[in-house]
Ligand binder design. Sequence first.
Ligand code: AMP
Length: 439
Amino acid sequence: MQSDLTFAALGLAEPLLRALTDAGYTEPTPIQAKGIPAVLGGGDLLAAAQTGTGKTASFALPILQRLMEAPRARNGRPRALILTPTRELAAQVDASVRSYGEHVAVRSLAIYGGVSLFGQSKALRRPVDIIVATPGRLLDHLSQGTLKLSDIEVFVLDEADRMLDMGFIHDIKKIMAKLPAQRQNLLFSATFSPEIRALAEGLLHNPASIEVAPRNTTAERVDQSLCLVPQNAKRDLLIHLIRERQWFQVLVFSRTKHGADRLADQLSRAGIPAEALHGNKAQNARTRTLDAFKRARLQVLVATDIAARGIDVDQLPMVVNFELPNVPEDYVHRIGRTGRAGAEGSALSLVDPDAEGKQLRAIERLINRRIERVVVDGFTVDEAARPAQRPPRDAQAPGQRHSHRHNKNPARQSERPQGRDGNPPRRSRNGAGNPRARG
Ligand code: AMP
């Protein structure tokens, strides 16, 4: 996925190149190779790029360069505004900007909810160049007069599709109305719905347009499989797999906040350190949980889609979908948490064939492939043995692990891909197949 170019050839200044060397980046990713010169050129940009492609650096580096070349005005007001859908993403983008801008005198500040407004207002009294913000909290500061957007030269909408999904369209419009007319606009989005196109049309003027890769390349880098398992047997299967395959850094997606809490509790009670991450938790609790997970002190993180947006763990080896998402694109986003920046990862979905068949078909249509079925005797149901729609009346309730379809002896459990007799199962590279390995 890397290009042959160097960062120097893209026209970046020496202090930025030094920061990239510090970060261990040797070559630009495709979005950086195309995006950096486009943004340095000063025009508007429409970019189709998912998280994991290196998109943050593709806008952060040229913005830093532009700002370092023209010293800030005396009023100390921000000159670049980056809007993100979630607090985690805002914090993460701010951290990236600070790291790329390590050797330049440009100050970045993250503004998001869940933390004290007062502390942020205080930080805003000092001159600042770049604001990375979520829409709601930014509007709070605008209405309190603690922040003015009159000097914004560059405006970035990051993960614009997700912002619209989260209902931020009115907030975005209110914010755009406060920006000076003369400015550079950059819009990043993983998907292009008619709503995104309408937003782009209103925002961008003669934009350069880049699409770095076909939409589902993330999906192609990830080893995907699924287990057909009744909803009420999923927890036991997950516990079994975590133990059996020795997964030590697992991100589990839950459809609801309540479900995330309950599953984290159940795993903890089974002796597997787990915590939930979702929007109902206080910001400092979320930061603490995420930090423990990143440092691999926490074995399992159970997250909702929205809370997981900003999670950036290098080479996260394993993602589990405890339930399939309703929106098939979310499946691609979820599995994009693993296999990032060229690394390989594994994603396993636990699918209740009765309740989630429709979502599964929509996902397989979107990614244009059939996800491999893995059989775990004693837990999964056999697709071939299932009647087309409904289970026969004499079948046991879903979740009865010892029905006639299931192996009665858990000690002889085996795992094999369905319909591929004789082939070994595709295993997670995180220790599976090697009982002593730790991820
Ligand atoms: P992003 O898509 O911006 O979230 O970036 C995904 C991950 O790739 C982050 O962990 C970055 O630190 C990393 N990354 C970005 N650009 C490069 C690069 N040129 N070489 C290596 N890693 C990179």
